[in-house]
Design a protein around this ligand. Structure first.
Ligand code: AMP
Ligand code: ZN
Length: 449
């Protein structure tokens, strides 16, 4: 472990279709984790794998008459578009399974040598009986055969020594199935082996954090431990973090249940990416979120309100100096935000801090207590919060309608006083901000340039 550095792996998407909001719940949670570690001053190496070969991808690409690379290209491109729109920072390293077959083969060879794996009918399986600690993560009692908890189709067609054993390398069922020639035979990798091989390649045999959705605890992460620790004899991961699911009417949002919305679906209904992100992070990662359009609409209003608040704060005209009480409020908000996030990344506490601060600053604004130094430190603090939350977005100096109206009223007032110098100044200020005034017999009209 290098002091001040965190090496972490997130089990990324399987690119057989567009990502749904459940997938992005986990992606946003991983983004909050990486952003908060950076906020705390750690250097991050974040790896997110892309699963671009597995049973569903093979079936879909064959249906479409495409190679798996041609089939997945569209969904990988879409993934990045969605990722960027949702304000998720791209991980430092994004390995694709199909580009790491030799690393997987080497790991499987090692498992064969150490008798953690065996061949059967041209496929290779992990021998769970060889790893007595199997089950230590999920704390499941593995007496008997336990079906996989995930949605994944992992139908092992061949003879296994034990029903619990899982495939590391699969012999192709037909000559048209994608397969790689390797010393261990022609085949393709099982799903679990890719994460062991790619995480250890980029992060080392022991690394700090391994993340993923809660569905991955068993069997995926349990299998990753068995593979990695079986091969190296060393602790694989120091800390596991699992994100609770996005639910719809009490059921996990998933493709197989058909109860899902992709990010594209909700964007097409007019919801902004910022609202989706806010909604997804409004509940701490370790609690389930229930999806409703009402909640999304609520998030939309909240984000608009926060952005409006930031604009008003930024554009408030302030006198030099500092109001001590507001300074204290600002310092307390900074501490409480960090306290909430330090407490297992409690984003709902962090957001409550932001909302309370908004209320206090609005009161101060109404009482004309906001001074120049308060304004500066509050804007800095919001910017710092947003390095983690990323909900305020980039601030453009676009003026709000009511602000424009205030300046116009002020200009009219100056004209009534026959203070034409001030009136012209106000007209120029508005012009500088892209607002054009038109004096008509019915009063002043304005439009944006
Ligand atoms: P997949 O594309 O199925 O491999 O999933 C990509 C990531 O999304 C994994 O970390 C999953 O655990 C996670 N995930 C899948 N469904 C949900 C859900 N409904 N809520 C939260 N995370 C999910
Ligand atoms: Zn994984």
């Amino acid at each position: 472990m290098t002091e001040g550095e965190v090496r972490f792996y997130y089990c990324g998407p399987t690119v057989w279709d567009y990502g749904h909001l459940g997938n992005f719940r986990s992606a946003v949670a991983a983004d909050i984790l990486r952003r908060y570690l950076k906020f705390k001053g750690f250097k991050i190496t974040h790896v997110m794998n892309i699963t671009d070969v597995e049973d569903r991808i093979i079936a879909k690409s064959q249906e479409a008459g495409l190679s798996i690379d041609d089939y997945t290209a569209k969904y990988i491109e879409a993934l990045w578009e969605d990722f960027d729109a949702l304000g998720c920072e791209r991980p430092e390293i994004v390995p694709r399974a199909t580009r790491h077959i030799p690393e997987m083969v080497t790991l499987i060879e090692k498992l064969l040598e150490t008798h953690h794996a065996y061949q059967s009918d041209g496929s290779i399986y992990y021998r769970i009986a060889s790893f007595p600690e199997y089950g230590k993560l999920s704390k499941i009692n593995f007496a008997g055969n336990i079906a996989g908890a995930s949605d994944r189709i992992d139908t092992d067609r061949y003879e296994k020594e034990d029903a619990r054993d899982f495939a590391l390398w699969k012999e192709p069922a037909t000559s048209t199935e994608p397969a790689w020639d390797a010393p261990i035979g022609r085949g393709r990798p099982g799903w679990h082996i890719e994460c062991s091989a790619m995480s250890m390649k980029y992060l080392g045999e022991t690394f700090d954090i391994h993340a993923g959705g809660i569905d991955l605890v068993f069997p995926h992460h349990e299998n990753e431990i068995a593979q990695s620790e079986g091969a190296t004899g060393k602790q694989f991961v120091r800390y596991w973090i699992h994100f609770e699911h996005l639910k719809v009417d009490g059921e996990t949002m998933s493709k197989s249940k058909g109860n899902y919305y992709t990010f594209r679906d909700v964007a097409a209904k007019g919801y902004s990416a910022a609202a989706v992100r806010y909604f997804l992070l409004s509940v701490p990662y370790n609690k389930q979120i229930n999806f409703t359009f009402d909640a999304l609409a609520g998030a939309e209003k909240t984000v608009a309100g926060l952005r409006d608040f930031r604009a008003r704060l930024s554009e408030a005209r302030t006198e030099p100096g500092m109001t001590e009480a507001l300074h204290e409020t600002t310092l307390r908000a900074a501490q409480e935000f960090e306290g909430g996030m330090d407490d297992d990344l409690n984003t709902s506490v962090a957001l409550a801090v932001v909302h309370n601060l908004t209320r206090d600053v609005n009161t101060a604004l109404a009482r004309k207590q906001l001074r120049e130094d308060n304004q500066r430190e509050l804007l800095d603090l919001l910017e710092r919060f947003d390095t983690v939350l990323n909900i305020f977005g980039d601030y453009t100096q676009e003026m709000l309608d009511n602000e424009i109206q205030n300046l116009i009223d002020e200009r009219q007032e100056a004209r009534r006083r026959r203070d034409f110098v001030r009136a012209d100044e106000l007209r120029d200020e508005l012009a500088g901000r892209g607002i054009i005034l038109e004096d008509t017999k019915d009063g002043v009209r304005w439009k944006r340039k």
